[in-house]
Design a protein around this ligand. Structure first.
Ligand SMILES: *Cc1c(COP(=O)(O)O)cnc(C)c1O
Length: 430
């Protein structure tokens, strides 16, 4: 595969942009090699600067549930751009968008638009702290909630109940306020709550995780978590930045049958433009400025281009509820094919799949939390990734991420991907 142009661009990019990219995972650091610079995307395909074509399973890391550049989103954007790109004053499309979100996700009674998933989670935590008057939060090891200071915390060792920063620049103060529990382990949550009685403002969780690879919360765990939060007056936040509008029109909370107090969104909600949102119970959301004292603002929040792209996406979802069955069928077909490829090598690698999110973990033991996820052989994944890439299949360039299937993936795409798996899993050993 010719990658000359991408190599030139990467060298040039590294002179002006830290690591040559505007978000770290794009740099291929965990799989090695040079990232491909993309020049266009259409449907299930991406084309790089050297003209190589790939069947894409990252979909811009989640947003492209209908594939790249679908006609109806393009049309919505072209119509919107005629009227101007930003006003800093309210527009009608923001009401339509907010109303549609509350229709699709019943636990959301009121919603505030922001510009990224990170902004949504940071703001949701502030609202939870503001309305409870408490300061500490609980997150789960292996869940990702964007790059806010108080999320870049991992579990402390031994007797430490507070976490430790995972990045320089995050203060000890932040770490002291963030407690880290084990995913799918309700006792770890109970312990933290009893050691910090009446101090916990919020528990934030990816109800189906994508960011340690795909891991579903088990039903009993998530139900108990809901009950404990209600009993202890802790705000339960479902971070649905990845799962929202992907797993069902109402997100992971719809398939799990659990209503959080607040939810955060991103990715699909913007139809490929930079959008995030947080929303939930009216009594909490009314605490947010200007109706309440919890300050939160944004110059470009509710931007008309972003709202029109997002509204086109969510309207399509509302009018075509059958897409989730289509995504399920395509995804289960793909997962079954990859599973056959694994078996043909005499292995028992794990495929975790929930709807159109799936991860092939290179471990033979079930993956249901962070500790089991990291048993995966990331070096083997890196080899597999490059074998797949060489066969024209673009997977996430890191083991602990999800593959995303879109409605644009054709049977031919899936069959080609399965055939590439048979060769690539075998080759990864040699
Ligand atoms: C992607 C993601 C975020 C961060 O969203 P950005 O738009 O990248 O800031 C937060 N939470 C989850 C669950 C995500 O998948």
């Amino acid at each position: 595969m010719n990658t000359k142009k991408s190599e030139q661009l990467f060298d040039e990019a590294k002179k002006y942009i830290p690591g040559g990219v505007n978000s770290p995972v794009r740099a291929f650091k965990s799989v090695g090699g040079t990232p491909h610079f993309i020049s266009s995307g259409i449907g299930s395909k991406m084309i790089d600067a050297d003209g190589n074509e790939f069947i894409d399973y990252i979909g811009s890391w989640g947003p492209h549930i209908f594939g790249h550049n679908p006609e109806f989103i393009k049309n919505a954007l072209m119509a919107a751009i005629e009227n101007g790109t930003s006003f800093g004053a309210p527009t009608e499309i923001e009401i339509k968008m907010a109303k549609l979100i509350t229709e699709l996700v019943p636990s959301v009674e009121m919603v505030r638009m922001v510009n990224s998933g990170t902004e949504a989670t940071m703001s949701a935590i502030r609202a939870a702290r503001g309305c409870t008057g408490k300061e500490k939060i609980i997150k789960f090891e292996g869940c990702y909630h964007g790059h806010g200071d108080f999320f870049l915390i991992k579990a402390g060792s031994g007797a430490l109940t507070f976490g430790v920063p995972t990045s320089p620049g995050v203060t000890k103060g932040n770490a002291a306020d963030t407690l880290v529990a084990d995913f799918n382990n309700i006792d770890s949550v109970k312990n933290l709550i009893s050691q910090n009685k009446n101090e916990i403002a919020a528990v934030i969780i990816e109800p189906v995780v994508g960011n340690m690879g795909t891991v579903r919360s088990n039903d009993l765990f998530i139900r108990e978590l809901r009950n404990i939060c209600s009993d202890e007056k802790i705000v339960l936040i479902f971070d649905e930045v990845m799962t929202g509008f992907r797993l069902a029109k109402g997100g992971a909370q719809e398939i799990l049958g659990i209503q959080p107090d607040l939810s955060t969104f991103g990715k699909i909600i913007g139809g490929g433009l930079p959008v995030g949102a947080y929303g939930g119970k009216k009594e909490i959301m009314e605490m947010v400025s200007p109706s309440g004292p919890v300050y939160q603002a944004g110059t470009l929040s509710g931007n008309p281009l972003a709202m029109n792209a997002g509204y086109a996406s969510l309207s399509y979802i509302k009018e075509n509820p059958g897409i989730y069955k289509i995504l399920e069928d395509k995804s289960s077909y793909l997962a079954a094919g990859i599973n056959d490829a694994i078996k043909s090598c005499g292995k028992k690698f794990q495929i975790n799949r929930v709807g159109s999110m799936m991860t092939l973990f290179f471990t033979e033991e079930p993956v249901n939390d962070f500790n089991s996820a990291i048993k995966s052989d990331a070096k083997l994944y890196a080899k597999y990734f490059h074998e797949m890439l060489n066969r024209g299949i673009y997977l996430p360039p890191a083991q602990f991420e999800a593959f995303f299937v879109s409605t644009a993936h054709s049977k031919e795409d899936l069959d080609k991907t399965i055939a590439a798996n048979f060769e690539s899993i075998k080759k990864a050993y040699n």
